[in-house]
Ligand binder design. Structure first.
Ligand code: AMP
Length: 210
């Protein structure tokens, strides 16, 4: 199954992607994670991407599309994959059509006020990528690998607002682009409540796709 997770930053795509990945045994491809890995390198591209990410803007389409194309070509994607954070522009979506045939687009829906609260409280494990909120993990240590948690630079309030504007302007037009393939779910409840209808939907679809 080839799945796109669409939704604003902080709507819960990453958490949902991890659950789908585990149950349906397909890899989560997060362009944000791929870029966070690139930023650690010492290269011209790394410093360019670092600057863009810190501002909350988008990495140029050509760079992003190339990275996704390479990732999708790997062996572990033969059975399918979950795109988390890609495409983010209509240009990227059009390019993806030439690379792979997507089965479904899951739109993760959440009001901006809740997104701002959740992102401000989000803490991430820099080692394994696990996501927590300060309220649920006041010890600030990853429960999976014991690494000290960090707040992503772009989860600071001033950058969050900009990222939401960028989403509204560049990414929300994709809701129309994919209108024939969208399954919408609210992520206002717990991660389990969000996942439940998605799991049912994907289980039904799995039989048809394979
Ligand atoms: P995320 O972890 O998905 O919130 O992504 C973090 C940052 O990585 C974004 O704010 C962008 O700067 C960059 N990024 C991730 N995915 C894309 C994409 N598909 N196109 C352009 N920039 C991206």
């Amino acid at each position: 199954m080839k799945i796109i997770l669409l939704g604003a930053p902080g709507s819960g795509k990453g958490t949902l992607a991890k659950k789908i990945s585990k149950d349906f045994d397909i890899p989560q491809i997060s362009t944000g994670d791929l870029f966070r890995a690139i930023v650690k390198e010492d290269s011209e591209l790394a410093s360019k991407v670092r600057e863009i990410m810190q501002s909350g803007g988008l990495v140029p389409d050509e760079v992003t599309i190339e990275i996704v194309k390479e990732r999708i070509a790997k062996d572990d994607c033969k059975k399918g994959f979950i795109l988390d954070g890609f495409p983010r522009t209509v240009n990227q979506a059009k390019a993806l059509e030439g690379i792979s045939q997507i089965d479904t687009v899951i739109l993760v829906d959440l009001a901006n006020e809740i997104i701002i609260d959740r992102l401000s409280a989000r803490r991430t494990c820099p080692n394994c990528g696990e996501i927590y909120s300060v309220q649920d993990n006041p010890e600030n240590v990853c429960k999976k690998c014991n690494s000290p948690l960090i707040q992503r630079d772009d989860d600071k309030p001033e950058t969050i607002r900009h990222r939401l504007e960028v989403y509204e302007q560049n990414t929300s037009p994709l809701i129309n682009f994919y209108s024939d393939r969208i399954f919408k779910v609210s992520s206002a409840g717990s991660p389990e409540e969000t996942y439940s209808p998605v799991k049912t939907f994907l289980s039904e679809m799995e039989g048809k796709v394979e």
